[in-house]
Write a protein that binds this ligand. Sequence first.
Ligand SMILES: Nc1nc2c(ncn2[C@@H]2O[C@H](COP(=O)(O)OP(=O)(O)O)[C@@H](O)[C@H]2O)c(=O)[nH]1
Ligand SMILES: [Mg+2]
Length: 313
Amino acid sequence: MTLLGLPNAGKSSFLNKLVGCDLAIVSPKAQTTWRILRGHVVRPGLELVLVDTPGVQEGSKALNLALARNAIRAVTAAKEGRETVAFLVDAKDLFERLKAGKPAALEAIPRVLEREGIRLPLAFDLIPTLNKSDLVKKPEDRARVEAHVVEVARKLAAAPKPCLWVSSRAGEGLENWITAVSALFPQVLPGALFEQDTLSDRNVRDFAAEYVREQCFLQLGEELPYSTAVQIGNFDEKDPKIIRIEAVLHVEQESQKRIVVGSHGSKIKSIGTRARNRIETFLGRKVFLGLRVKVSPRWAREESQVKRFGYAE
Ligand SMILES: Nc1nc2c(ncn2[C@@H]2O[C@H](COP(=O)(O)OP(=O)(O)O)[C@@H](O)[C@H]2O)c(=O)[nH]1
Ligand SMILES: [Mg+2]
């Protein structure tokens, strides 16, 4: 099942909560997710593979275009009948916009898909999933949000399913969502899609790189995370006591490099410490993490470089 939505809807948080492990990186900033990630959800008698995607967005840099393509590729797979789609909506943001009479950003999704030559509505199964239910509680507020979501959902899919409310933060409504989804679709028995105890299709190098990038989103300013690529160099598991990982942070300009390094290396040290803790928790092993910062001019504007770092296929 593909997760479709705007940046910041809570797609990655939703996947993490259902998988039961913080696989996908999450930050308060929009467009933290760059790569498609599959997470494996197993419940008694039910197996589901959730596909986390970058949010559908309208930027023009090579990186933005690649991210939009990643999201659209996932929808195209659904269109071909191989996937169903959970349409994740930030209910709080939508409610605030409706209240303020602002145009709802949600309209960008059908717009971008149509611009990519996808003819709407599609004949796929779409489950409108209203996230952040912890922040929109009154029944009349929820009804207002639902009415708008149903309108957009009808543009996307010929026959959208009923809306489901969840909170990926508070953990509300998630098991109800699973029950509702499993009633809608034929049961896939555990073990049919992934090995029973496999959480994801990504390898540990990818996770290490993403956890470093997550700290860039959490610890660097507003713009810099969007100019920072992370590449794992050496990943050495020979020593049974400690895994040695070397990573390079690529930024676009010399001035950015100075900020990432920080005064006397304080910033890069702090990014390294937090990322290392996260990798250690994930792997259950001790890790040495060596970070370097390199200037790769204009990497986010050049498709070949975006590809080289694994953010485009
Ligand atoms: N209050 C609240 N915040 C949430 C919820 N789900 C996600 N968030 C927050 O929304 C932000 C974006 O989440 P993320 O999962 O990265 O969104 P994505 O861009 O769609 O993957 C993060 O700060 C999350 O902690 C929720 O159910 N309730
Ligand atoms: Mg995300």
